[in-house]
Write a protein that binds this ligand. Structure first.
Ligand code: C2E
Ligand code: MG
Ligand code: MG
Length: 678
């Protein structure tokens, strides 16, 4: 804390140039000082005027008119013009520069005004009698005291007034006649009081400055805290907290006028692989570069915030219809797709955006955010469009999902859930080597609901682990009845495999089931849910140590990360069926599948091709050297009893080499030993 002395006022050469913060601080201090003084100014001039005229009246008889009327009139005019100026400018917005100018003017005025009033009073001293001289001494003392108090926030002016007042009294002492010792004594008293007041003023001023400075520090600190709490430190964009605050404010502002604005939630595609391949330093720089591009393109039309990870939110306030909005967002997508040169790498990413419009689609901030987020999620999962506008279809899906979630919560899982089994075929021996357990839910309220629908809902609602455990118990019971060489493939949600408690229960269940853990392989779907890779790694290692296999399911569906391949203790990958569909007629699919198979071969792990639906696809993958396959061409998922009959027929077939038909499923009759099909 700096120490203050009156001499600081006369210091003209600062030791070092002040920083911007110091300048701001001193500007603020001057402002507070000036405001405190400005409040007192009219009072000071009023008291001065009243006292002057009272003193003048007391001398009307004894002093000439020029001294009792004309000079006071002139002084009054000066005071009134100053008061008029105050009145005119009292509401004027203050800036540090203006305040500085006004303070300088006040300091400049202090000397002539004080000299004029004090000089006038001293001139009156030679007229009148002892009592009027007491009056003059009292006038000078009280008026100066009052001015001093009013000027206490402007130290230079206060010092000028005090010095002139004290000098006036010295003059009075010298001009007073002998025998007027009481006037002399009063004068000395007053000088002592004024000097004491001056000292008190100095202390007061010092405390006042300290108070202002601690106020400034507190203000600076709270401003910094505010910035920290509202700014994302990596990208320098507003953060999630600030975004929700702004969104609420926009909705509140626009609710009265029902003005439209749109919310876009933007998610980067391909950001994770960049992080994995080039490291977090490059990932951070990429996020920073993306933020700058977003800021540039949004300019006046929209404001952008970082929600966390690779997700951003854009509030589009410019007046646009739906087509213009879609164009604007498509433009954003295009801008972000341009390559980034970071740390000597050319990095490529893209972006998906979910859009919702206020108030057309949602009437409050919460719904608007949910809908934009839903549009993004839905677009990513289903349509794979860059920009997805929330629609009435999405609204229906939300209602459907909510109904399913409610039904799931009320369901008696053990009764309503069942497991179907789909064979996995070894193409070389043409035999079923495993069955994948697939969940089936016959809801008492909703009827049959596909696992592709209810599993993601259960994951989001936090209900998945109960479902997993109920299904695993059933699947293990069936697997126990199969021959020892038939394996069980069981799907685990990312939520299951990243929760220690669930994995421990799975392991316990396995131990108690009587099924050799070596016969069980867990399929993890590589969804966006595989976030906590360290936890997933730990859990899958536990399962591996028991002897279970770990398969990465739906491989290549867009959420793939080579880091997952590298870090997880995988025993298999399952290539997604979207690459198998029409593989015989689609060279690109063939190339992708070929390279994924090579990859698995290099990693010395097995590879399953799922979704084989016809002979052409089978022939194609066989020619490529595929070893394991699964799909409707071999069999649809079947209930437990049919898994037994499939296996029984397979056993018969291997002994008789006859063509054996699987039981009917809803696709029709499917051969299990397909070699005779030609
Ligand atoms: P998935 O694990 O990839 O399972 C394969 C899905 O593809 C199954 O759908 C299966 O019926 C279907 N499928 C198999 N062959 C073909 C084919 O040739 N053509 C076509 N078009 N489809 C084929 P399903 O049973 O509807 O399951 C969908 C998804 O739900 C599963 O995909 C899996 O991700 C999830 N799921 C199913 N059961 C469970 C479960 O018990 N736990 C968990 N966490 N997820 C499960
Ligand atoms: Mg699976
Ligand atoms: Mg799959």
């Amino acid at each position: 804390m700096p120490r203050y002395s009156p001499f600081m006022l006369f210091r003209t050469q600062p030791k070092a140039l002040p920083t911007a913060a110091e300048n701001e601080e001193s500007g603020f201090q001057l402002m507070v000082q000036y405001q405190a003084f400005n409040k007192q100014l009219p009072l000071m001039y009023c008291i001065l005027l009243c006292n002057t005229w009272i003193l003048s009246c007391n001398h009307l008889e004894s002093a000439p008119h020029w001294l009792t009327l004309y000079i006071p009139l002139l002084l009054s005019l000066v005071c009134l013009s100053r008061l008029g100026f105050w009145f005119k400018t009292r509401h004027q917005a203050l800036t540090p520069a203006l305040v500085q100018r006004r303070m300088r003017q006040t300091n400049l005025l202090a000397a002539p005004v004080t000299l004029a009033f004090a000089g006038w009073a001293i001139m009156l001293f030679n007229y009148g009698d002892t009592s009027t001289r007491y009056h003059i001494a009292g006038y000078l003392a009280l008026t100066m005291l009052c001015s001093l108090l009013c000027l206490m926030h402007i130290r230079v002016a206060a010092i000028i007034v005090t010095v002139i007042a004290n000098l006036s009294f010295v003059i009075l002492i010298f001009t007073s006649e002998q025998g007027q010792s009481s006037v002399l004594l009063i004068t000395i008293n007053i000088v002592i009081v004024l000097s004491g007041m001056m000292l008190m003023l100095y202390f007061y001023y010092r405390d006042f400055v300290q108070l202002i400075q601690s106020h400034i520090q507190a203000e600076t600190l709270s401003r910094e805290n505010f910035a920290l709490a509202n700014l994302d430190s990596l990208t320098q964009l507003p953060n999630r907290r600030k975004f929700f605050h702004d969104l609420e404010r926009h909705c509140a502002d626009n609710s009265s006028q029902q003005q439209r604005f749109a919310l876009g939630i933007l998610d980067l595609d391909g950001f994770k692989p960049v992080n994995d391949l080039y490291g977090h330093g490059t990932g951070d720089k990429l996020l920073y570069a993306v933020s700058r591009r977003l800021e540039n393109i949004c300019a006046e039309q929209a404001s952008v915030a970082r929600m966390g990870g690779d997700e951003f939110a854009i509030i589009i306030t410019a007046n646009m219809d739906e087509a213009a909005l879609m164009d604007f967002c498509t433009q954003i997508g295009k801008t972000l797709r341009n390559p980034y040169a970071i740390n000597n790498h050319m990095v490529h990413i893209s972006a998906s955006i979910g859009l919702a419009i206020y108030p057309d689609m949602a009437q409050n901030a919460h719904d608007l955010y949910e809908f934009a987020d839903y549009a993004l999620y839905h677009g990513k999962r289903n349509t794979r469009c860059d920009v997805t506008l929330f629609s009435s279809d999405h609204r229906k899906l939300i209602v459907r999902d909510a109904n399913i979630e409610q039904a799931l919560r009320r369901a008696v899982l053990e009764q309503e859930l069942s497991v179907f089994f789909q064979p996995i075929i070894a193409l070389s021996s043409e035999r079923t080597v495993a069955f994948e357990a697939l969940a089936r839910w016959h809801s008492s309220e909703l009827g049959i609901v596909s696992p592709a629908v209810f599993i993601p809902i259960a994951e989001q609602a936090g209900l998945i682990s109960d479902i997993t455990l109920a299904l695993l118990a059933k699947a293990l019971q069936v697997a126990r009845s199969w021959p020892e060489d038939i394996r069980l493939a069981f799907n685990l949600s990312a939520h299951d495999i990243s929760t220690r408690r669930v994995v421990e229960r799975i392991m316990l269940m396995l131990q108690q089931s009587g099924v050799d853990p070596q016969r069980v392989e867990f399929e993890i779907t590589e969804t966006a849910g595989l976030q906590d890779l360290a936890q997933i790694k730990w859990c899958s290692e536990q399962l591996r140590q028991m002897g279970c296999g770990i398969t990465l399911d739906d491989f290549g569906t867009g959420f793939s990360s080579f880091r997952q391949l590298h870090e997880l203790p995988l025993t298999k990958i399952k290539i997604d069926r979207c690459f198998i569909r029409d593989i015989h007629s689609n060279p690109l699919s063939r190339k992708i599948v070929q390279s994924l198979m090579t990859l698995s071969c290099d990693m010395q792990i097995q590879c399953v091709l799922e979704g084989v639906e016809n002979a052409d696809e089978l022939q194609c993958i066989q020619s490529m050297g595929a070893e394991l396959a699964q799909g409707y061409y071999f069999s649809q998922p079947v209930p437990e009893v049919m898994s037994h009959s499939l296996l029984a027929k397979q056993a018969d077939a291997s002994s008789s080499e006859n063509t054996i038909q699987t039981p009917e499923n809803h696709l029709g009759t499917v051969d299990i030993t397909f070699k005779q099909r030609g």
